[in-house]
Every structure is written in C-alpha cells, then in structure tokens.
Design a protein around this ligand. Structure first.
Ligand code: UDP
Ligand code: MG
Length: 314
C-alpha cells in the first residue's frame, strides 16, 4: 500500500479537489493507497473540509495539529501516522503533479530502490529575488553538507525502511529534504514540471522563508560557527605578520615608544578571543540542540472513518 502524505495550511479550497484528483489517478492505475492529510493549524475551514472527507471515505485520514508547527513538522507527523509500504510526500496545491506519483510508484515497484526523488525541471514561476536567494541557499547547503540539493523538492516517494529510519531520528529541528538524503539508501530520480498553484496563494512570507533557511542551515551544518574559528585563525596569522613587522620597526629604531607592545597585544588577544568564542559556540550549539527535548509537534485529534483519537501526543 502507498501512503500519500499531504501537509496543508489554509488550503480550504484545495482539500476536496486534491483528494479527488489523487484518488482518481491512483484508482485508475490500480494502486492500493491511503491519503493522510495533516492540518498544520490552519485558520480557515481546512480542518472542517479535511475531517469531512476523512469521515466520508475509508482510505483518507485527517490529522489535526494544535497550532501551526510548520510544514517540516507536518511531514514528520505524516510519516509517523502513515501505514503504507511506501510514502509519498506532496503539496496540497497540486504543484506536485499527481501523475508523477504513478511514475514514482512504478520506479519503486519495478526496481530495487528505496527513495524516488522528485526533481524540478525548472523552478516554476518565481520572482528573480526569490530565485537568487534559493540558489544561494542551496549552494551553501551543497558546499557545507555535500548533499546535492539544488533541484530537490519535498516531493518524494520513500520506502518503509527509510520512513522507519527517519522516524527514529530524534532531532527536533528537522529538514526533510536534507535528512532524506542523509539517511542514504538507493535513490532514483524522477523529473517533474512545477505546476501552477491550484487555489489560494503561497503560504511562505519572506519572514518565514528566512526563518526556514536559517533553521535548515543551522540544523544541518555548523559551518557558520566554524567561520568564527576560521576568522580567529586568520587574525592570528595576520597578528604574527604584523607582530614581526612592529618588532622589526622597534628593534631598528623608528617607532613611537610603547606603540609596538599595544599593537602586538591587541592583535594577539583579538585572535585568541575569536578562536575561543568559536570553540564555545560549538559546544553551545550542541548543548542547545540536546537540551530542547521537545516534541516536534502536538496532535490534537485524528479522524478516520472508523476511529477518532483525541489528544494524542508524540
Ligand atoms: N504548508 C504547511 N504549513 C505551513 C506552510 C505550508 O503545511 O506552515 C503546506 C501547504 O499547505 C502546501 C505546502 O506546505 O501543501 C507548500 O506550501 P506552499 O504551496 O504555500 O509553498 P510553495 O509551493 O510556494 O513553496
Ligand atoms: Mg505551493
């Protein structure tokens, strides 16, 4: 069985339509499936729409978050709730074309692969600024983590093995795109054209995108912290060169009294301070991540046709 996981935030106009389109395509291809909708604390009637379809049909469940936890948390909640032998993550706005699910399914079924990754042929309609930032963002991730992420998306089919591996990862700040590469496994690629959003508008504000970028980078690499250490090393090297220079000037007699000592001390202490700050930063970040042992999300209820679980906490 295939589980289709669909995080949704203020998607009241899309729920029913997406459920229908996905169901029709999978049924006509004889694929046994379930749909798991996750309502990420929407402020519109998304939850009403969602729980209504879940009550109406056997193979659809609806998970409700107690507030907006973000798409990342919704993805991981979906992975925990899904029961399929493989899971597909897709957006509610049909920007990830449902026909591609069938293609992914066939690749997974007929080959010995565990992850079928949807890669964007082009980035769809986006403004230049956004394109520029996402390019910079992915370059940074590529360089620091060694994962090729540029055309990556959250549109993926992952085998039960991978789902279990991801569910076992205890970290709180998650970055699905990178984590699903990080776990390894045999991966195959499928290309898709980003469609236009079906209904409503994009849920990402500039602020939430910046937050997402910073969160993803800091939860996946400590490169920015290492930068402080690198700067420390650079100032140290400069301080040695300048130190030799000032000593030379002092010895061969054309410097003001006391000047050399001040310069050397200043350079040396700056580099030592920077270097130690970098080291402290390292430990600080580790402790920070360990100590915040919070749940990734809180589910307030789950609705399926047969049962309704209330206030289940993960
Ligand atoms: N989404 C979510 N929580 C959020 C923001 C978005 O679950 O806080 C969902 C949204 O409902 C959609 C998917 O994530 O299914 C992608 O969002 P959107 O289409 O707004 O992003 P874009 O396609 O512009 O990247
Ligand atoms: Mg979208």
């Amino acid at each position: 069985m295939l589980s289709i996981i669909i995080p949704s935030y203020n998607e009241e106009g899309n729920i029913k339509h997406t459920a229908d389109v996905v169901s029709d395509i999978l049924k006509s291809n004889n694929i046994d499936f379930e749909i798991v909708f996750i309502n990420d604390g929407s402020s519109d009637s998304t939850w009403e729409k969602m729980s209504a379809v879940a009550l109406e049909r056997d193979n659809i469940s609806a998970v409700n978050f107690s507030r907006n936890f973000g798409k990342e948390s919704a993805i991981f909640a979906g992975l925990e709730v899904a029961k399929g032998d493989a899971c597909v993550l897709m957006d509610c706005d049909l920007q990830h074309p449902p026909e591609t699910i069938v293609e992914m399914y066939n690749v997974w079924k007929n080959n010995d692969v565990d992850i079928v990754e949807g890669r964007k042929k082009d980035r769809g309609k986006e403004n230049i600024l956004y394109k520029g930032f996402s390019l910079l963002f992915y370059r940074m991730i590529n360089k620091t983590s060694g994962l090729d992420m540029e055309a990556a998306s959250d549109f993926k089919l992952i085998d039960r093995k991978v789902v279990d591996a991801l569910n076992r990862m205890p970290e709180r700040l998650t970055f699905f795109r990178a984590m699903s590469s990080w776990v390894g496994f045999k991966t195959e690629k499928v290309y898709f054209e980003v469609a236009e959003r079906a209904e409503g508008e994009s849920k990402w504000s500039v602020r939430s995108l910046i937050k997402y970028a910073v969160n993803s980078i800091t939860s996946f690499t400590s490169a920015p912290l290492q930068l402080v250490t690198v700067f420390g090393v650079i100032t140290f090297i400069i301080s040695i060169i300048l130190g030799i220079n000032t000593l030379y000037n002092k010895i061969w007699g054309n410097s003001a009294a006391g000047f050399s000592t001040v310069i050397i001390l200043q350079l040396l202490t700056t580099s030592i301070i920077m270097f130690s700050l970098g080291i402290i930063g390292f430990y600080l970040s580790k402790i920070y991540e360990e100590i915040k042992n919070r749940p990734r999300y809180i589910i307030s209820e789950i609705v399926t046709k047969n049962k309704s679980e209330k206030e289940k906490e993960h």
